[in-house]
Design a binder for this molecule. Structure first.
Ligand code: HEM
Ligand code: HEM
Length: 367
């Protein structure tokens, strides 16, 4: 697993920071809860000393994590998310970061104000942030409590959002943050290895991110116009396929710049780009995002995901083959399912509803 992030997945260090902090924050709530009802005494002191040391560790990890984030690319959010969803996701993450600093700092100020200097696991004594004062202690205590519970509530909402991404949107957002992606992949491999006709040699073993684009392949669309089968193509598109540690395809992301369409006729191309068909000004990209890939009976694969054209998103099972680093396949769709055909173009007598998409693209490891 690469240590650095890519545009598609979190690297191992970012994952380690994320899950270590999650674990430590849970410890914090447990320790605070255990200490809460105890009378002043050795046991309470011990629990709170641990709570403080872990809290300072969280503060340090949050700092390192932000520095590492700044030195890295961050994975892009799926194109299937609406603008407000992306905004909410980013705002929630920013708020979580703010709280990861604010909660421990309020705790540290509270301890200083009560004249309980903070020691990190008995190894290093930290400086006092404020002079002892009952009034400051009361404010910091209240602030620590309110901010800590806000962190808990926002983290739960964040957890629910992650589950929604996985089970409802069926995109890669949760998977790309999970630390042990190889476990389900290994189970799948065992299943395939036991099944008849399995061919594990179709892909190169090892977790990889493979990329292809219009420069290394073709993406055509075949439609019937006035009863004649006609071909067009998109010149600019990107394809990103990730494989699990067993080498089997795990996720597939495709992005097509719709404006790059070409049917060898300028007038027809501008009609296709217009409001009633692709409306490229409002919807510049068509996307496919699959977080689950299964093996097909014919030895190929099926990517289960969401296809978005214009503002319509549909569940699609996209069959493909992968041989010698070339990903190829074809898919039949109905243009009207995606609103490609408004007004007079809704009629199917001249331009049929059925469209076949054909692609073949050479993939190479991302760097
Ligand atoms: C992300 C880190 C932290 C979390 C999530 C957290 C959470 C909590 C929670 C939920 C409570 C119980 C609220 C209450 O009963 O007042 C608590 C109490 C406390 N926390 Fe933290 N805390 C964190 C960091 C720290 C740090 C860094 C310190 C000090 C250096 C600290 C010092 C205390 C103390 C002394 C109490 C007991 C207050 C009292 O009731 O006397 N906490 N913390
Ligand atoms: C104390 C609890 C948690 C905190 C403080 C926290 C904090 C964060 C933060 C700050 C980010 C943004 C990362 C960045 O952009 O640098 C993030 C991302 C993420 N978190 Fe959490 N998290 C917590 C718990 C969880 C849990 C329980 C799950 C899921 C089961 C989860 C799943 C994710 C996922 C999937 C992402 C990646 C989103 C993306 O790829 O855009 N988190 N988390």
């Amino acid at each position: 697993m690469p240590i650095r992030n890519s545009l598609e997945r979190w690297g191992s260090l970012a994952k380690l920071f994320h899950w270590l902090v999650v674990l430590l924050v849970i410890c914090q709530f447990v320790l605070a809860w255990l200490a809460h009802d105890l009378p002043p005494g050795m046991e309470k002191l011990t629990l709170l000393a641990r709570h403080k040391s872990i809290g300072i560790t969280i503060l340090a990890l949050a700092t390192l994590r932000l520095l590492w984030r700044a030195a890295n690319r961050t994975p892009v959010l799926p194109a299937t998310m609406a603008g407000w969803e992306k905004f909410t996701a980013r705002a929630t993450h920013a708020l979580l970061y703010v709280l990861l600093f604010a909660v421990p700092l309020a705790g540290w100020i509270m301890s200083s104000a009560k004249n309980f200097p903070v020691s990190w696991f008995g190894l290093v004594q930290l400086p006092d942030l404020v002079a002892p004062s009952e009034a400051t202690f009361d404010i910091a205590h209240e602030t620590h409590e309110i901010l800590a519970f806000s962190l808990g509530i926002i983290a739960i909402l964040h957890l629910l959002a992650a589950l929604k991404h996985h089970f409802f949107n069926r995109d890669t957002v949760l998977k790309r943050m999970l630390p042990f992606a190889r476990v389900p992949a290994l189970l799948l491999l065992m299943l395939f290895a036991a099944g008849p006709g399995s061919d594990a040699s179709a892909a190169t073993p090892g977790a990889q991110t493979l990329e292809g684009s219009g420069a290394t392949g073709t993406l055509q669309f075949r439609f019937s116009q006035a009863g004649a089968t006609t071909d067009g193509a998109f010149g600019r598109f990107t394809t990103v396929l990730t494989t699990g540690d067993d080498g089997a395809p795990a996720t597939l992301e495709v992005r097509v710049e719709v404006d790059s369409l070409d049917t060898q006729d300028k007038d027809r191309d501008s009609t296709l780009r217009s409001k009633d068909l692709f409306d490229v000004r409002r919807f510049p990209a068509a996307t496919f995002s699959a977080g689950r890939i299964t093996r097909a009976a014919d030895g190929g694969y099926v990517a289960h995901g969401k296809l978005t054209i214009r503002d319509a998103t549909r569940d699609v099972a996209l069959p493909f083959t992968l041989a010698d680093g070339r990903l190829a396949g074809q898919l039949a769709i109905k243009r009207l399912d995606y609103g490609v055909g408004q007004g007079e173009w809704r009629a199917t007598s001249m331009v049929a509803d059925a469209v076949t998409i054909l692609w073949s693209v050479r993939l190479a490891p991302a760097h």
